[in-house]
Design a protein. Structure first.
Length: 204
């Protein structure tokens, strides 16, 4: 495992004007939800412009949330991730530029607030090599990857050389209640860990 992606979280609020769906003609609407969806789509588009980019809108609140009222306010979360802090900064720049453009075009107010920032965390090269060597000695295929999710190991890496060993999950699903790893893969991962620990335990 080469490291963990940098992560930046935002709350975004689009403010328009709630009005009745019947009497309000389309040309006069200040529909916060329509503007919000444009930003949501751009989050995904920005992430797609780099190989390890990630862009997610996971929480949406619409006010007043009525079937016959034009939405007056929408609050939603944005989660952006990438391989390096510089790439996350570039995603941030693109997002803010798009929001400024949308504000000019729509006349609606958009407030973007950064709520969290977790720097990218590359792992120790020697630890990575020790893991790869152990897998090779045991005859296991190994692939260097970057984790998109956060891990406690990130904080350990601030204190000491750190590495991680990943094993396959069924259908690639992890961090989920339906996550499943076969006993064979679990045993393989444990064997690699054992070999690495023995290597580091040898006197220099």
């Amino acid at each position: 495992m080469q490291g963990v992606l940098g992560i930046r979280w935002y709350d975004c609020v689009v403010t328009g004007q709630a009005s009745h769906a019947g009497p309000t003609p389309m040309r006069l609407r200040q529909d916060a939800l329509q503007v919000a969806t444009r930003i949501m789509q751009e989050v995904v588009a920005i992430a797609g412009r780099s190989e390890e980019g990630r862009g997610t809108v996971g929480s949406v609140q619409v006010w007043p949330n009525s079937r016959n009222v034009v939405p007056g306010e929408v609050t939603f979360s944005i989660d952006m991730r990438n391989l390096s802090d510089a790439l996350v900064d570039e995603m941030d720049r693109q997002l803010r530029a798009f929001i400024a453009e949308v504000e000019r075009e729509s006349g609606l107010q958009v407030a973007l607030k950064q709520v969290s920032h977790y720097p990218a965390a590359p792992f120790d090269a020697e630890c990575q090599q020790a893991i790869a060597d152990a897998a090779q000695r045991l005859g296991y295929p190994a692939l260097p990857i970057v984790s998109g999710a956060g891990h406690d190991a990130v904080y350990m890496s601030y204190l000491a050389p750190t590495g991680m060993i990943f094993i396959p999950c069924k259908d690639g699903i992890s961090h989920n209640e339906i996550e499943y790893a076969s006993p064979e893969h679990v045993a393989a991962g444990a064997n690699v860990l054992l070999q690495v620990m023995l290597q580091y335990a040898r006197p220099v």
